[in-house]
Design a protein around this ligand. Structure first.
Ligand code: BDR
Length: 313
């Protein structure tokens, strides 16, 4: 049976790759809608970037809902230094013909979950968790209706990317991450610990470009743009590829390994705001609220991503 997905996203090149991967696996996923998040760049751009990715894949039928324009309690921190001035720089993507849906993203999440059979909708989160947390605050009954949350968020063994201690998606809205992790919903986290193993080496990007279709070529070109920052920062053979870890986990979980642990979010530390404190060694008795993915097989990951991209125009 297909998984029904609500996708939270602020694309971003790695998330564009994740969205295309999902659209390239129609046998596995039914996308109910995208909720554009303020994150990598402000909301106006993330809405447009969602529409651009859908247009690229000829999937303007998938609705895009604008979420909240800022995190729950803080000003927005953005990442144009990685993703470029539009948040999705690199190749010129087709101008979207579709326009955003009229409902607010938070209401779309609530209404969709209330209308669906309980346990049939997965939340696929590629971005800060603002809109899901807002939905849980507004309508706590939806928690019991979510099948599971699969989220790219957090870091522990690899520590941070936006500060020395925090991963970007959690740092942008730590209060939201805490609300989501405390909601008692089955949750799988794909943190930097695993995304930093998924390096976009030259041969992997060449294989992607070599698919030869417009989505494969555009994805390779997008990633070539965004990897420049990380290549310079880390000095590795390729850049980490974050977002597609989420669909890859849903499609082929045995690519990955991890364990069920407690994850707490630091919201107030002077140097650790937004840190995900992962109790990997079971030192506390705190509830084991998330499956923390620690390792993954990069060759299988890129192979799967490219097979999905090959199904697109
Ligand atoms: C996350 O931060 C964003 O900049 C990326 O798109 C990804 O979602 C990685 O920390």
């Amino acid at each position: 049976m297909k998984r029904k997905l609500i996708i939270l996203t602020d694309p971003g090149q790695d998330q564009a790759a994740a969205l295309l991967m999902i659209l390239g696996a129609p046998q596995a996923f039914e996308v109910l809608g995208l909720v554009a998040t303020a994150g990598n760049i402000d909301l106006g751009y993330t809405v447009k970037n969602c529409l651009k990715v859908l247009e690229l894949a000829d999937r303007a039928d998938v609705p895009v809902y604008a979420g909240c324009p800022q995190p729950m309690t803080r000003g927005l921190v953005t990442a144009e230094h990685v993703h470029g001035p539009t948040g999705l720089d690199g190749p010129i993507l087709p101008e979207p013909r579709a326009t955003p849906a009229s409902a607010h993203g938070v209401d779309f999440i609530i209404d969709t979950l209330r209308q669906a059979e309980p346990g049939t909708v997965t939340i696929c989160s590629l971005s800060p968790l603002t809109n899901l947390a807002m939905a849980l605050v507004k309508a706590p009954d939806i928690a019991a209706r979510i099948s599971e949350i699969v989220a790219m968020a957090g870091a522990y063994f690899e520590v941070g990317n936006i500060t020395p201690s925090a991963e970007f998606n959690v740092y942008v809205d730590p209060e939201a991450a805490r609300i989501v992790l405390d909601a008692g919903i089955p949750t799988i986290l794909l943190p930097l610990d695993v995304t930093h193993q998924m390096l976009s080496t030259r041969s992997r990007l060449n294989a992607m470009r070599g698919i030869g279709n417009r989505c494969g070529v555009a994805t390779a070109e997008m990633l070539e743009f965004s990897e420049a920052f990380d290549l310079n920062k880390y000095g590795w053979d390729g850049a980490p590829l974050h977002g597609p870890c989420v669909p890859a986990f849903m499609l082929e979980p045995d690519i990955f390994s991890g364990r069920q642990i407690n994850v707490s979010v630091e919201t107030r530390g002077q140097h650790t705001q937004g840190m995900t404190v992962a109790d990997w060694w079971g030192i506390t008795d705190l509830p084991k609220n998330a499956f923390w993915v620690r390792h993954g097989d990069a060759d299988r990951y890129y192979g799967l991503l490219n097979r999905c991209l090959a199904n697109l125009p």
